[in-house]
Design a protein around this ligand. Structure first.
Ligand SMILES: O=C(O)CCC(=O)C(=O)O
Length: 283
């Protein structure tokens, strides 16, 4: 049974209908300027840590709407952590929230975050691939190492990036992400983190970089970067919201039978430009 301090079955839907404050809209439409150093770091390491992407004041509102959305999706699941599958013990995963909850849509469609993604991918524009909340329960298992692109039917995986925004403080012991620097340039290897996780050979000699975050900080990582997360050894939920972007112009690769049915590519044929109703251009 998941529990949040202020969210419960009586107020979750109501909270999601509260008007978004003006200051939050202003944040969504403002730019976060990344430096040349940060861009170069991302390009050579495959990830970057960005501080204060969201200020504390706005984060309080954003955190509440994400908690309410996760509560609505997962609140009825009364299983204890130990009764879940190993994959489910790694996180409460809630995808495509923006299509169910208008307040989440405002966040996911924000030009501020899409602008960072566009600049890091050195693209002309950025499209939404999908959003997902990833909340790791107290005592939650580690997240197995993988490359996100293994699960996506996208022709140019380097032109994809994930923003992982910390909604509360995420020190190492709460299950922060870690990345294998420069691993986006290594050979790809499918890791089935749902049923058969393993550590890929190609990264066995690379030291991972842990990225503890303060609430409001974010990491961005490419779809080719090998990464994982530690277990949550605290008594608090680890709360993260992610948005995954693709460079405008990226194409659908239907050849891989594992992932050719992805919802975001609904109706596309092999080699079509990805431009479905789930993947609007955000900037
Ligand atoms: O949140 C986690 O534990 C893993 C996140 C992840 O793998 C991702 O966002 O690509």
């Amino acid at each position: 049974m998941i529990q949040f301090d202020e969210i419960n079955s009586n107020n979750a839907s109501k909270l999601l209908r509260v008007n978004t404050p003006k200051s939050v809209f202003e944040l969504y439409s403002s730019s976060y300027i990344i430096t040349e150093e940060q861009k170069a770091f991302y390009s050579s390491n495959g990830f970057v840590v960005l501080r204060d992407v969201v200020d504390n004041e706005q984060l309080n509102f954003i955190r509440k709407i994400m908690e309410a959305a996760v509560f609505i999706r997962k609140g009825k699941d009364e299983r204890e952590l130990k009764d879940k599958t190993p994959y489910e013990q790694s996180f409460l995963q809630c995808g495509f929230l923006c299509w169910d909850f208008p307040a989440v849509k405002e966040f996911v469609f924000a030009k501020r975050f899409a602008g960072i993604a566009r600049d890091l991918m050195s693209a002309n524009g950025a499209r939404l691939w999908h959003d997902q909340a990833l909340f790791k329960e107290a005592g939650g298992r580690h997240t197995d190492v993988h490359q996100d692109s293994s699960y996506w039917p996208i022709a140019e995986p380097l032109k994809t990036t994930t923003m992982w925004l910390a909604l509360n403080d995420v020190p190492e012991e709460k299950g922060c992400l870690y990345f294998f620097p420069d691993s986006h340039n290594k050979q790809r290897e499918y890791v089935d983190i749902f049923k058969n996780p393993h550590k890929p050979e190609v990264i066995k000699d690379i030291q991972p970089v842990y990225t503890p975050l303060k609430a409001g900080d974010a990491t961005f990582h490419s779809g080719l970067t090998y990464h994982g997360a530690g277990s949550n050894r605290t008594k608090e939920m680890r709360e993260a919201m992610t948005i995954i972007y693709i460079a405008d112009g990226n194409k659908f690769n239907a050849n891989d039978p594992r992932n050719a049915t992805h919802k975001s590519c609904d109706g596309l044929k092999h080699n079509d430009i990805i431009n479905t109703r789930y993947t609007p251009r955000l900037i």
